[in-house]
Structures are given as structure tokens and as C-alpha cells.
Design a protein around this ligand. Structure first.
Ligand SMILES: Nc1ncnc2c1ncn2[C@@H]1O[C@H](COP(=O)(O)OP(=O)(O)O)[C@@H](O)[C@H]1O
Ligand SMILES: [Mg+2]
Length: 407
């Protein structure tokens, strides 16, 4: 494997590309195991929410990518939501639009919804034509679909699919219908003209349910909805934030109700987002109670998993792994005693009074790679001089301080 892109990501402090995640993530065995268990549970016909809470740089996005990677292996469809998707989240239909807009399926360029619908419509088209059936209106098309398949019940999805199929049968463009389902605003009169009287705002969950049924018909076992960077809800206006948290609560209830199967949603955010009394999840007692244990103790069955700083042993493993890959990518030799010095230096620098590591894994790996870079550029400089070069971590620190001030 070419590890260069991994180092590029670490240098800028971004989550590394998905193909490196499995080997790079240290000290998150419980979390990884939970994800694997969840995916099995979901593929066997259930739905589930999992929440990971951890500070900046503790590896939330990395875990989300791990879930993504595992879901891809299982052939699932993924919808990855992040900060950019939450501006309008207080609106009823926004969750569904965001899910649809961000859909990806491994091996397919662009949004797969089009491919699902076209595949389905082409098949129906042929059946209809071969049987000599003539469908003259959208209404007749819908009656045909409802009779033909037990998977459809009348509602937005059936209406939408009928409109879609009717257009395909008549060689008309489906662009506007696709635009609607991907979240663009489309004139309601256009929708009504095409037999669509239910809208995402009222029928979103049924729509999603029907969508997962359609997915299963083409052997896609489930849908992973990642909701990363949920701390951005904190910055919403308070009335909009309340509405957003109520939407989240509805999501928890619906996914737990057994009404929908094959949906796994992973939520990620900072402790501030979760625990703040005024702006966090805690401010919505009903939602908070659904996601937390009464005892406050965490087990592998808990919905909420808190990410702790990784242990000293895992930092050592991480540094060793990075050194190994670094030498390969940059064709340099970093002898074991230098590696040891780097490790000792990092621990010394980042250890709290209790002996625990008190900074993010992001900061540690970034700092380690910067030291490797210095060694590479200055092969003859003694290690002590290299370690004495001041590394400016003020940006990270500033971010942490500003977050703490929010409390
Ligand atoms: N458990 C871990 N083991 C190794 N490196 C980690 C771990 N967690 C985070 N990192 C490093 O920190 C970087 C940023 O992590 P990221 O997942 O973006 O954190 P967050 O989303 O919590 O801010 C990763 O690319 C990786 O280099
Ligand atoms: Mg992140």
C-alpha cells in the first residue's frame, strides 16, 4: 500500500482516507467491535442508532470512516452527513433530503438513487410492454404498481415511483422528479400534476422505509447514515435547535420501533454537544434519556460510547506503525533509538499529572510526523536538537480554549 496520502492527511490533521483506517486506528477495539456487531444486527433486519462522543481529534471521523469501510464491504449504501447538512435540519423534510442527496454506493460514480430507480423502472417497463398492458395515466400506473407488488403501500413512495415509471413509459424526462427527491425545491403544482400528493415533510419515514425495501429487492442489505460533526447543532438559534433535537428524537424512536429495517445510523459529536445543559443533547431530556444509561456506566450494549484518550501503550504502537510506514514512503532510515526518543518526548510533552494523555490523538500523530520530517531533512542533526525545535501547537490550543469557554 502507498502510505503517502495517509501522511499528507496527518500533516494537515484531517481524518485519513478510508483505506488506511483499519490499520491506523489504535485503542478503539471496543468501538470497532460495536460497529461490526451493529452492522450484523442491522443486516439481519433491524435498525439501530449508535452515538460516539469525543473531543476534537479523538478519532470520531476516523470511526465513522471505519463504519463506512465495513458497510462498503457488506455492499451497503452510505449516506454521510456532516456540518453542511444541518443548517436546515429543523425542517421536517431536511433529514430525508440530506440522506438522499448524500447517497453513495461503492463502485458507482455519482448518486445511486438514479440507478436504483432506473433499474427498477426499466424492469417494470418491459413487463408492462410484454404483457400488452396499456397504462394511460399516472393513476393507472399506480394501481398497477400497488397490485403488482406487496412492497408498496399508497403514499409518497408509491406516488413518486408511479410518476417516475409513467415518465419512463412515455419516454419523458425524469430530471425534475429526481431533483425533488434530492432536495431541490420543486413547484408543488408540478408534483400534483404528476400524481404526487404526499410530500417528504409528512411522509418522510414511510418514504425511507419503502426506499430500503426497494434497495433489498436489488440485493443491497442496508443503509448506513453517518451524522458527523453534530456539535454544530450547538450554534443554532435556540428555537431551531429545539426543533432539530426533536427531529433527532423522532429518528431514534422510529429506528427503534422495528418499523424500518436495514438502517444503521452513527452519530458523532463532542462532549460539549452531548452534555451541555442549555445547548447540548442534555437540554432535550427525552432525547438525552433515550441515549444514555440510568447508571451512567458504559457497556458494549450502551448506545452512547465515550471516546477516551488512547493509552500510552497505544501511542507507542501508533508511533511504531507511523515510523515503519514513513521509512517506506520516504526511503529514510529512522533507527530504533530515535523512535524511542520521539515516543518519550511525546509522552513527556502530552502527559497530564495523573500520567494520562491529555491531548488528542490528532495532535500526537501530527507532532510525530513533523518530527520524522525534521529527521529526514536534517539527517546529521542530533536528536536532542531536533526535539528542541519549538513546534507551534497554539492553533490547536486556541481551538480547545474557545470550546472550553462555551461551557
Ligand atoms: N485511535 C486513533 N489511533 C491513531 N490515530 C488516530 C486515532 N484517532 C485519531 N487519530 C489521528 O487523528 C486524526 C484525526 O482524527 P479524526 O477522526 O479526524 O478526529 P475527530 O473527528 O474526532 O476530530 C486521524 O487522521 C488520525 O491521524
Ligand atoms: Mg471529525
Amino acid at each position: 500500500m502507498n502510505y503517502r496520502p495517509m501522511f499528507e492527511a496527518i500533516r494537515i490533521g484531517a481524518a485519513v482516507p478510508v483505506e488506511y483506517i483499519d490499520e491506523l486506528i489504535f485503542g478503539r477495539d471496543d468501538e470497532k467491535k460495536a460497529i461490526i456487531d451493529d452492522l450484523d444486527f442491522v443486516i439481519n433486519g433491524n435498525s439501530k442508532i449508535r452515538v460516539f462522543v469525543g473531543d476534537y481529534g479523538f478519532g470520531k471521523t476516523s470511526l465513522a470512516r471505519y463504519a463506512e469501510h465495513q458497510a462498503i464491504e457488506k455492499g451497503m449504501v452510505i449516506s454521510y452527513l456532516s456540518e453542511k447538512d444541518y443548517d436546515e435540519f429543523h425542517k421536517q423534510d431536511e433529514l430525508f433530503k440530506s440522506i438522499m442527496k448524500n447517497l453513495t454506493l461503492f463502485g458507482i460514480d455519482g448518486n445511486p438513487i438514479r440507478i436504483f430507480l432506473d433499474g427498477w423502472a426499466q424492469e417494470k417497463c418491459e413487463l408492462i410492454k410484454n404483457s400488452g398492458t396499456e397504462l394511460k395515466t399516472v393513476e393507472e400506473t399506480k394501481d398497477y404498481i400497488l397490485k403488482d407488488s406487496e412492497n408498496f403501500s399508497d403514499g409518497l413512495f408509491a406516488q413518486f415511483c408511479s410518476a417516475y415509471l409513467f415518465k419512463v413509459l412515455n419516454n419523458e424526462s425524469v430530471e425534475e422528479l429526481i431533483a425533488y427527491i434530492m432536495g431541490e425545491s420543486v413547484d408543488k403544482r408540478f408534483l400534483k400534476r404528476n400524481g404526487i400528493y404526499h410530500f417528504l415533510a409528512n411522509d418522510g419515514w414511510n418514504f425511507l422505509k419503502a426506499f430500503t425495501v426497494l434497495m433489498k429487492n436489488i440485493s443491497i442489505p442496508g443503509l448506513l447514515i453517518v451524522m458527523d460533526e453534530m456539535e454544530s447543532f450547538i450554534h443554532k438559534r435556540s428555537d431551531l435547535r429545539k426543533k432539530s433535537y426533536n427531529q433527532l428524537r423522532e429518528m431514534v424512536d422510529t429506528l427503534n420501533s422495528g418499523k424500518l429495517s436495514g438502517i444503521y445510523s452513527v452519530w458523532l459529536g463532542t462532549p460539549l454537544w452531548f452534555n451541555n445543559n442549555y445547548k447540548g443533547i442534555r437540554s432535550n431530556t427525552a432525547l438525552f434519556n433515550r441515549l444514555t444509561n440510568l447508571s451512567g456506566k458504559q457497556t458494549n450494549q450502551s448506545i452512547l460510547m465515550n471516546l477516551n484518550p488512547i493509552t500510552l501503550g497505544d501511542i507507542e504502537n501508533l508511533v511504531n506503525k507511523l515510523v515503519k510506514d514513513y521509512q517506506q514512503v520516504y526511503s529514510v532510515n529512522i533507527p530504533a533509538e530515535k523512535t524511542k526518543k520521539i515516543y518519550d518526548f511525546l509522552i513527556e510533552n502530552y502527559k497530564g499529572i495523573e500520567g494520562e494523555v491529555r491531548v488528542s490523538t490528532r495532535e500526537i500523530s501530527k507532532h510525530a510526523v513533523e518530527l520524522f520530517d525534521l529527521i529526514k531533512e536534517n539527517p546529521d542533526m542530533p536528536m536532542n536538537d531536533i526535539l528542541n525545535i519549538e513546534v507551534d501547537t497554539t492553533e490547536e490550543r486556541k481551538k480547545e480554549t474557545s470550546v472550553n469557554e462555551l461551557w
